[in-house]
Design a protein around this ligand. Sequence first.
Ligand code: WTA
Length: 648
Amino acid sequence: MSDPSIYPVPAEWAAKAKINAERYDQMYGHALADPGSFWLDQAKRLDWIKRPEIAGDWSFNEQDFHINWFADGKLNVSANCIDRHLKERGDQIAILWEPDSPDEAPRSYTYKQLHAEVCRFANVLKAAGAKKGDRITVYLPMIPEAAFALLACARIGAIHSVVFGGFSPEALAGRITDCDSNIVITADEGRRGGKRVPLKANVDAAAKHVRCLDAVIVVKATGGDVAMQEGRDIWLHEAAAAVPADCPAEPIGAEDPLFLLYTSGSTGKPKGVLHSTGGYLLWVSLTHELVFDYRPGQIYWCAADIGWVTGHSYIVYGPLANGATTLMYEGLPNWPTPSRIWEVVDRHQVEILYTAPTALRALMKEGDEFVTKTSRKSLKLLGTVGEPINPEAWRWYHEVVGEGRCPIVDTWWQTETGGTLISPLPGATALKPGSATKPMFGVDPQIVDGEGVVQDGAVEGNLVIARSWPGQMRTVWGDHDRFFQTYFSTFPGKYFTGDGARRDDDGYYWITGRVDDVINVSGHRMGTAEVESALVLHAKVAEAAVVGYPHDIKGQGIYAYVTLNANCAASEELRSELRQWVRTEIGPIATPDAIQFAPGLPKTRSGKIMRRILRKIAEGDVSPAALGDTSTLADPAVVEDLVANRVG
Ligand code: WTA
């Protein structure tokens, strides 16, 4: 009898897809047995100015820690994403843009037009003083200029650092300062769900705390009123009219940085994850083509924001390297109605849709009719990313959205990994709802126990990757030691993902979620330490401890335990004030869902906060078995109070 929880590869996919099961096994085996020849062969998918003769050269050991891929090669990412397509598909649409409001007309750019836009943008950057290796901060809404900006940086070898448009001026200033960025690219305003976001005003506020800024390039997006500072601020459209239309693509070493992107970890401030040029582009191009079985001419939509790594790898670099038509959407999945995402699919005849479980859960809750009243006949393949997908949402995506017709690729990866590491390939892998299934070529996942001992067979434990892959991050900006300590010291000789995973009898991987103090709120990574530091900056807060707890829509919600200073009284007003405080300090995505005022936090006698107990209370699991032995706490009575005054 067939197992109803397994979805076999549909016959037409097995027959027509680029990779079938047999080919997967063969390529997977080749990549591990002879990585040098496998990767030099794969490198041919890119256009090199100087073709590399060495593939991977790396060690995860402390004594000779290094990671290099194709180090003797030279290429340009912008030329790979644009120029090399001009001859064959210059008039094909490269970027298809759907505006926030459905009443507004979409815009599109062919590869030829993209070339012209990016060349002028790159010349504007040069005129503003940008040089190879400079860090350029990009704080833009989801408009085509965001893609132009990234490609323009890549064209001249400048390193872009995109800051999500939902981050506050404080968060923006921190990121500008950390990498000593001399130029910011922003827009007058952003738009999302009919609301305006004052991006330029946020940059002005951030600039007050920053010393390194020379220029601010401003895209006129909404036409909203903004203040322009003489000698610093430049309108993109004015500057673009004054520069030459062509800009040669700079030869860049494969190991030179392409971009950095700040992401949250379990400790300290967000870190600047640095990606390389050659290995990264190869990885995103390969995974985009094979995971989505991408064919030229298909309309492909990754509904992420360019502020996150998914937007970098699978809206811009992967698809454009493959000559795809990539759709960029400015707005929200559920505005003005919960049908919007499906209406966009119909409007543009989208064949491949890639989105996050949190969006699916939110839409699922609204009822099937918002989906079923649309056609969706164009859809062929569905994808998810960002967090574990619960089988219920998976089935809804499969049955209701895809009408049982479209395979789902559940792609597991991280900002640090550059692109997908574990995912089904639609023509090769039978699907199990909730499992990211099998590793990509060259990816060597292992499950280790707390001591780092490798576990065989069907087990659960910590997910590590035992070998380097080309798309791997190369360092933490300005802190190479932190890079090593964060990822390679916990389980020596291996890359530690921070995720837990289970492997089943078929060798399928099931990601169980973070095992560190990172939480995943609506598919966005948040360090509990970051939210805690924001809370304790408030004058009335003495101490704060933040944990994640299960949330129906967001996957995880943010639960904050707050101890107030003496003489400060808890109140509903203070609760809203603290929520607003965190929004201002970090951004709306960090807003605590629940705040519990606590007279004290459970600590060991040596002063360590027992987060395990706080997590259990936040989850509502307050049985003695769940809370465990509390007698070793400095003050066991604290726990009773926390349980009695739990919120939510
Ligand atoms: C989680 C997003 C389960 C995981 C690309 C990881 C997932 C973190 C999946 C990285 C998935 C991402 N199934 N969990 N398919 N994809 N995650 O850096 O915990 O924003 O460590 O990268 O998201 O988040 P990041």
